[in-house]
Design a protein around this ligand. Sequence first.
Ligand SMILES: Nc1nc2c(ncn2[C@@H]2O[C@H](COP(=O)(O)OP(=O)(O)OP(=O)(O)O)[C@@H](O)[C@H]2O)c(=O)[nH]1
Ligand SMILES: [Mg+2]
Length: 561
Amino acid sequence: MTNIVGRMREAFRGDQRVDADALVARLDAVRRFLTVVDGHLPDARLVSAHTLVERAGTRLALSRDHTVVALAGATGSGKSSLFNALARMELSTVGVRRPTTGVAHACVWGPLDGGNRLLDWVGVLPRHRFVRESVLDGDDESALHGLILLDLPDFDSVQRSHRLEVDRLLGLVDLVVWVVDPQKYADRVIHTNYLREFHRHRDVTLVVLNQADRLPPAELPRVLADLRRLLDSDGLEGVPLLATTAVDPAGMVGLREALERTVAERQAALRRLQGDVDAVVAGLEELVGGASPAGGPDDAAVSALHRALAGAAGVPAVAEAVEQAYRHRGAATTGWPLVRGWRRLRPDPLRRLHLPGPAAGRDEPAESLVAATSVPDPTAAQRAALGLAIRSVADRTGADLPAAWPAAVTAAARSRLADLPDALDRAVANTDLGMDRRPLWWRFVGGLQWLVTLAALAGLGWLALGYALRALGLPALEHPMVGEVPLPTLLLLGGLLAGLLVAALTRPIVRWAARRARRRAERHLTDAVATVGEEHVLAPVRTVLASYAEARTALGEAAGR
Ligand SMILES: Nc1nc2c(ncn2[C@@H]2O[C@H](COP(=O)(O)OP(=O)(O)OP(=O)(O)O)[C@@H](O)[C@H]2O)c(=O)[nH]1
Ligand SMILES: [Mg+2]
């Protein structure tokens, strides 16, 4: 037995102290992780982390001078007997009928004050709490001062309520003493369902082979060695293993010493929580592990999105209208004055679209402007193309992220889909198409046209006056001659010809300038719809990526890296 206690001491990693501040920092990092991923990852994946944060916060706020130790094991292994033997009192019923203990019993060494709050939280009813006042025992019990020992129901119980109670308590206590007996120590349930689950809590796990007195002395080492092998394969290498005999005080020395050391160290609560953080972090790792944070949606996908947005916003139709309107207005200003009026009667291609332009929104925020343009609604094909482009942005961005995140990226990309049509319409409506001012050269050509037309009219008037005088028999006018041609005739014909010539020469220039105006308007419109795409599609996607990066960092800190 000394041998085993010696081994136990060696394996009991009392020297590895847990720094409370570091642990609190790790818990804060888990908390930050949860805040950051909120809304992006399915809640079901985060249950254990939420539970940890909640439990750890409460445990750390409660007495750290107390160490809650649970005796857990199969029915009949001797938990209540060990409990009573350690308390040196018959507190928990030891029975022949199985199972005996139905609810947890607690014994507190030292004053009850802080212990009571802990037991309220752990959930042991006041009538099942007992106090071991060290004052009465002199110094005998002072070494266990601060211990709260729990006698649990059996974990392999036929009673479902027992099992649930044990599972609940095992999540809260600081240290677990697993009690096995020579008959059932190899039971599969104990190892698979319980011991194996505690491999991250090796520092707060102790295993006792109780009823050691029932084995022939020569058998004990063999059974202990067999149990050690099983524990190792459960991932519990190095966990203290000792033999106990509840019915003999001498058989309790090892366990009592181990508990005394645990209580004196005041480390079990921190070690327990550290193990919990390790387990939770390991479970979360696959949610943010693997790929490093992606930079953002790639250029090709963004360009495709801009094209699709432009299509859905009716940019080609507006640009076409700008070109036509430029030609229409250019011709109306620079054309032959005698046909301008007729041109003006034709509707302006741009006005038909009812685009208020940036001036309309000057006094009110763009958001409040009611989009009421007459730009044609997107066709089914344009809508489908936009849907595809958004999906492609999401797919390409989320492709390298671990499972659960691609869905979050897709949801983010589509999150403002319903607002897109109005936002696009508003963007188009508020874009400066550069069509408000008439170019200077139009006015110059227009003035020239008037000049030559006036010359033609002057010539016409002059000729008409000559004819009139002649018709009335009055002395005829002497027309000055330019070469062989009388000046009024030259003015009339030259004016008409010059007007037609200027109109003919101007037309290709207007066409060229109209194409330029179209391209400029297209540029402005594309910029405007790109801004809408940025706000409504890309920004939400970037938010998810930023959350992912932050979650990675937070989990790294939670892992203590
Ligand atoms: N010989 C011997 N008998 C023991 C020892 N420990 C417990 N027993 C006996 O084993 C039986 C069961 O002990 P309990 O302490 O009631 O076992 P338990 O683990 O509390 O059982 P449940 O409350 O049903 O889960 C009783 O008859 C005890 O007297 C021991 O170390 N040696
Ligand atoms: Mg019992």
